[in-house]
Design a protein around this ligand. Structure first.
Ligand SMILES: [Mg+2]
Length: 414
């Protein structure tokens, strides 16, 4: 009896909640200006070539959706109020929500600026997970004034899809054992890993509903999509063992440079810091990540080490992050001593770079980054660099978000 009990707890079924703020940017704007309530609102690049980053449900009725050219959205819904986004405001509200979650539950993952996974496993003994999640949702809405939806199930994939089905401003529980049936009638597009490319490939095969994937043999999916196909098949069948990654353990990315010969050459230092930072920001963008915390580190020839960090609105833009790093360097580099090492770190990373970048920058800068990143992708990360960073040697080709280890040690000599 005892043994059986133990075995059960080891394979304990999980209770995973996915919470997603409804039309987050729009809701933030409404918190600031209640006249926007019940109105069609578009947020994004406001120029002719801008793109919709977020839109209210009132605008969606007209066929508007995010990532649509702003010009087309305005044509579909001429009475819409068009706003240029403000990442500082959204970062602040995102933090408010994060704080409520943090003080309520022991284990959560912040997966993007407006999305969270919460592990309530084992907490059902006293209250029931559904009730706990419902209370948390009510608390968030009461304390932040922002509408939020959730899905509850045994894993991340099913919960995220459930949230999507619950929206707007609602909640949905998928009972254990009913995952397959819940997913079956839905479009394959609803599976989180299915982007445009995979969706089109599935459509070419005549696969529209998740049910069809469920009925296919897994090795057929593997033959067509490789490893990706196996994961896709598992998700379609409601299987997903991926864990909740605690927010504080969320990966940061960093780069350091130790000099062969300690230096006091300010031009050289600045050049290297610029190159290091640009490369690290490029890696953020490539991983579709944003950072909210920038740290700079300097070590002198006597091994005294100083670090300084700054919280910033979520960003992955050179023209925002680079000046902050240079400021940190200027405030830290006071000793006029030989420098042995410099380092840059980005932490508090979340996903969702595309969304923020849609309005953060004016179109010209955005297109410039896009073009620069494309060249780096094709010709290597040293293909495009600022002139001031030309003195520095290559930093890294490694993409920290693909899960593959770096080909070189982080601490390279120059
Ligand atoms: Mg959302």
């Amino acid at each position: 009896m005892q043994k059986r009990k133990k075995a059960k707890s080891m394979t304990q079924e999980r209770s995973i909640v996915h919470m997603d703020l409804d039309t987050f940017f729009v809701s933030c704007e409404r918190r600031i200006d209640s006249r926007l309530n019940n109105m069609p609102v578009l947020i994004g690049g406001t120029s002719d070539r801008g793109v919709v980053a977020s839109c209210s449900y009132e605008a969606r009725k007209f066929g508007v959706h995010s990532a649509m050219p702003m010009r087309m959205a305005k044509q579909l819904c001429p009475e819409a109020i068009v706003l240029r986004g403000n990442s500082g405001v959204y970062t602040k509200f995102s933090k408010e929500v994060t704080d409520v979650i943090q003080e309520t539950v022991p284990l959560y993952e912040k997966s993007s600026i407006d999305e969270f996974y919460i592990d309530l496993t084992g907490m059902d003994r006293f209250f029931g997970c559904h009730q706990l999640a419902t209370e948390l949702r009510t608390k968030i809405m009461k304390e932040t004034g922002l509408p939020i939806s959730f899905g509850l199930s045994v894993n991340k994939t099913v919960s995220k899809i459930a949230t999507g089905e619950a929206k707007p401003n609602n909640q949905l529980k998928v009972d254990s054992g009913l995952e397959k049936g819940f997913l079956a009638p839905l479009s394959v597009r609803k599976i989180p890993m299915v982007g445009e490319k995979t969706y089109n490939a599935l459509c070419d095969l005549g696969i529209k509903r998740i049910k069809t994937v469920q009925e296919m043999p897994v090795n057929m999916m593997e033959r067509v999509f490789g490893k990706h196909g196996i994961t896709l098949w598992k998700k379609a069948n409601g299987v997903d063992n991926s864990p909740i990654v605690p927010y504080h353990e969320r990966k940061s990315i960093s780069t350091e440079r130790t000099f062969d010969k300690d230096t006091i050459d300010v031009y050289k230092l600045k050049g290297i810091i610029t190159a290091m930072t640009e490369n690290l920001i490029y890696q953020l963008r490539r991983g579709n990540k944003l950072t909210a915390c920038v740290t700079f580190k300097i070590r002198y020839s006597d091994f005294q080490t100083y670090t300084k960090q700054k919280m910033i609105p979520y960003s992955s833009a050179d023209h925002i992050i680079l000046p902050i790093v240079m400021d940190l360097y200027k405030t830290l580099y006071q000793r006029r001593l030989l420098v042995r090492l410099v380092g840059v770190r980005f932490s508090h990373l979340v996903s969702g770079g595309h969304q923020i970048n849609m309005f953060e920058d004016d179109e010209k800068i955005l297109n410039l980054y896009h073009a620069m990143d494309k060249m780096r992708e094709r010709f290597g990360d040293r293909a495009v660099i600022r002139a001031s960073g030309m003195g520095a040697k290559s930093i890294s080709r490694w993409n920290p978000f693909t899960g593959e280890p770096p080909p070189l040690l982080a601490n390279r000599r120059q």
